[in-house]
Design a protein around this ligand. Structure first.
Ligand SMILES: Cc1ncc(COP(=O)(O)O)c(C=O)c1O
Length: 386
């Protein structure tokens, strides 16, 4: 029998029934008061999540990458220079995206799994000023949460714009658009908010709008000016036909998220992260990446000696329908990743760890049965105060 997969990967994350029902409900026509209310509510909630009162937040029908592309197309002209600190797959995607649009990309390079050092970025900017620094808050390929506040500070000091990919971090870990001096930040519906894939959101500062007015790269579908004009209508709209069902689902997802509130979501992500980290360590596995106590979105785990990490992700999926993420780039075969942000409960983690224990045992790794589950239970019981 085909059962639904058990997703323990860093997005798309499991979708709560309320969201499924909302996105399966009859469509609200996308030009008129019903959709206008939906869009206004979603935008207001997202502004709260971005911690911004000053920015415009625009909603686009695309995956997160479309939101990133919109930032490049709207802020830059051919030949503009940007700095990209590289420490993983998604930072590299920024560099590729910028190069594809004819920008000159300067880099500060680190081994994957490292935290970017703000002083290094400050030095690079002092040696060679650029128009913008392109950052990734949650480097999903390594699990590392990068120090965006400090990086934005050094970029601001050097007069560079700060453009941040927060696709896999917005709503999962603290982020402050206004207070940290960020100019553009791009999020996606299918990550910490546990809605379906299909919507990108882009927060835009006044400085970024000024840059947009002078930028000459070609743009059409993602032209922010057009999105803003439609968003400012008495009944807000998208310029093009939007993913209405996904918007209905995202609306329900934000309602759920804010029922408990942002702080509760952060505390849950911290607890789930700790339970996974202590669980896999109890199986004798090593964690990968710097800054583990801050890395609440994804845990990257080194495969035990003699077992390919892809064999673990393949086997756990075949035997238990449990989806973990494989390693990317140079980490392929060496690490596997567990995502623990979004609509996960303690028991979702427990069953994932139980499946991992049995899978490792089947692959010949010596396992004390129940060790990971027991360690995770310890974290949950302590958080509960028992
Ligand atoms: C940090 C980060 N940026 C960008 C993306 C790309 O998002 P999408 O697949 O929605 O285009 C992802 C997806 O995993 C991500 O984790």
């Amino acid at each position: 029998m085909d059962r639904p997969e058990i997703i323990l990967a860093p997005g798309p994350t499991p979708i709560p029934p309320e969201v499924l029902l909302a996105q399966g409900s009859p469509l609200v026509y996308h030009r008129g008061p019903g959709f206008g209310r939906l869009m206004s509510d979603v935008t207001a909630r997202l502004k709260e999540l971005y911690r911004t009162e000053r920015a415009d937040v625009l909603l686009m029908t695309s995956s997160g990458t479309g939101g990133l592309e919109s930032a490049i197309q709207n802020v830059f002209s051919p030949g503009d220079e940007v700095l990209v600190p590289l420490a993983g797959y998604f930072a590299e995607r920024w560099a590729k995206l910028a190069e594809a649009h004819g920008l000159i990309v300067r880099t500060v390079e680190y081994e994957w799994g490292r935290r970017i050092v703000p002083e290094d970025v400050a030095r690079a900017l002092a040696e060679h000023p650029v128009k913008a620094v392109l950052l990734t808050q949650s480097e999903t390929s390594t699990g590392v949460i990068q120090p965006i506040r400090e990086l934005a500070q050094v970029a601001n000091d050097a007069g560079a714009l700060v453009i941040a990919d927060v696709v896999s971090s917005l709503g999962a870990v603290p982020f402050e658009f206004d207070a940290w001096g960020v100019d553009v930040a791009i999020g996606g519906s299918q990550k910490a908010l546990s809605a379906s894939p299909g919507l990108a959101f882009v927060a835009i500062s006044e400085r970024a709008w000024q840059a947009q007015a002078d930028a000459t790269l070609p743009r059409f579908y993602f032209d922010w000016t057009v999105y803003k004009r439609f968003a400012d209508l008495p009944h807000p709209e998208n310029p093009w036909t939007p993913a209405i069902s996904v918007m209905q689902g995202l609306h329900a997802a934000l309602e759920l998220y804010f029922q408990d509130g942002v702080d509760t979501a952060f505390a849950r992500h911290r607890m789930l992260s700790l339970s996974v980290k202590q669980g896999v360590q109890a199986l004798g596995l090593d964690l990968f990446g710097e800054g583990l106590q801050d890395n609440w979105t994804v845990t990257a785990i080194r495969a035990p000696e003699g077992i390919d990490a892809d064999t673990i992700t393949d086997r756990i999926r075949a035997d238990f329908g449990c989806v973990l993420a494989p390693g990317q780039g140079p980490l392929k075969g060496k690490v596997f990743r567990i995502g623990h942000f979004g609509y996960f409960s303690e028991l979702d983690i427990i069953r994932g760890l139980a499946a991992l224990e049995m899978t490792l045992e089947r692959l010949g790794h010596p396992v004390k049965r129940g060790a990971a589950v027991g360690a995770a239970e310890g974290v949950f019981q302590e958080a509960q105060g028992s």
